[in-house]
Design a binder for this molecule. Structure first.
Ligand code: ATP
Ligand code: FE
Length: 347
């Protein structure tokens, strides 16, 4: 099998060629970060337009870098949701055009399934396993039992951790994206000087919360400014270190509970926050204690990319799934449809 995978659900336009025996022949990611920089967040209309302009080129580059012709492809896989609807529609339309033009079947993929199935692409792991998805937009524990069999064990009830890192960076006038900036600043900091809360740790289950942590950091900053007339370098570093340690503690404790509730041989992570070394180390301690394997795919495959979409398409294709020209773009598409409310908000 040879698949073209297209991804355009947020601010990365991505295309990749992946084979059924897990080889990534090419993976092209075109970031729109520069387009949204001045707005302090992704602007959906700008994103949709940029995707529409860039998808064809990304697909062409993926094919040429892989040395693969359209006629060599088995199918085109595309993110059909969840995400910013204009971008998802641009991707679905591009995929339909390629599929119709080349006479190929189409496979619609859930973006979150792409992240959740990545450990099978990178390491060929067997079901079942647990996936902790931690990014700027998501935070959830998924038990993965099959290519279409996901159970959500819990997730954030407010902010995603990446979003919290980004907001902390903003509070402290550090550059965006906040995660890497906070991690670098924290290296010089003392994580014990400030005592930040660990919301929801006193309650059972795998739900998480990060907004209280952010508010506590804001109050601390304002108190320091009021007391000292400004922030010193050490205040920034200590605050970053305390914040990062608190996030790591929360994720570690909830991972311990997720593994206790659902004992599986492997815990995998995906999402940009999985790049954080302190968080990784905390998760490794939790899995090490329980004799569970810990897996963090290479960073370019942890963040949004086309290879994970191609691979999730391959997994669905093998189950006999095909989509037609009526494939719809879905702004919301919970992975665990059994657990999803009929009418709900959020992703
Ligand atoms: P999604 O694709 O889930 O909708 P997204 O596009 O924001 O969300 P990613 O690209 O996976 O997600 O991750 C970006 C987020 O990861 C940002 O919020 C960024 O601050 C955070 N991040 C990146 N590196 C680090 C790090 N070293 N430590 C903590 N957070 C990090
Ligand atoms: Fe993503």
């Amino acid at each position: 099998l040879i698949f073209l995978g297209l991804e355009s659900s947020c601010d990365d336009t991505a295309a990749a060629i992946v084979t059924g025996d897990r080889r990534i022949l090419s993976s092209v990611v075109s970031s729109q970060a520069d387009l949204h920089e001045d707005f302090g967040g992704v602007v959906p209309e700008i994103a949709a337009r940029a995707h529409a302009e860039r998808l064809d080129l990304a697909a062409e580059q993926a094919l040429s870098q892989a040395g693969v012709a359209l006629r060599d492809l088995s199918s085109v896989a595309v993110t059909a949701g969840p995400g910013l609807i204009g971008g998802v529609m641009a991707g679905v339309m591009c995929a339909k055009g390629i599929a119709a033009g080349a006479g190929l079947p189409l496979v619609g993929v859930n973006h979150l399934a792409g992240h959740a199935l990545t450990p099978r692409l990178t390491d060929g792991v067997a079901f079942p396993y647990l996936m902790l998805l931690v990014s700027g937009g998501h935070c959830q524990f998924l038990r993965v039992d099959g290519p279409e069999d996901f159970s959500r064990l819990g997730g954030t009830i407010d902010d995603a951790p990446g979003e919290a890192f980004d907001k902390l960076a903003k509070l402290l006038a550090l550059p965006q994206p906040g995660g890497p900036a906070v991690e670098a600043e924290a290296l010089r900091g003392d994580p014990d000087r400030f005592d930040l809360p660990r919301p929801l740790l006193d309650r059972p289950g795998c739900e998480l919360s990060f907004s209280g942590l952010k508010t506590a950091a804001l109050r601390l900053r304002d108190r320091l400014i009021a007391e000292q007339g400004g922030l010193r370098q050490t205040d920034r570093s200590d605050l970053c270190a305390a914040f990062q340690t608190a996030v790591a503690d929360i994720l570690a404790e909830k991972s311990r509970r997720a593994l206790a509730a659902s004992p599986v041989p492997l815990l995998a992570v995906a999402g940009g926050v999985a790049a954080n070394r302190v968080i990784r180390a905390a998760l490794e301690r939790v899995t090490g204690d329980r004799g569970v394997r810990f897996l963090a795919p290479p960073l370019p495959l942890c963040t949004d990319n086309g290879a994970m979409i191609a691979w999730a398409g391959i997994e669905r294709f093998r189950l006999g799934r095909r989509d037609g020209m009526d494939l719809a773009a879905r702004p919301r598409w919970p992975l665990d449809e059994r657990a999803a409310p009929m009418l709900g908000s959020g992703r």
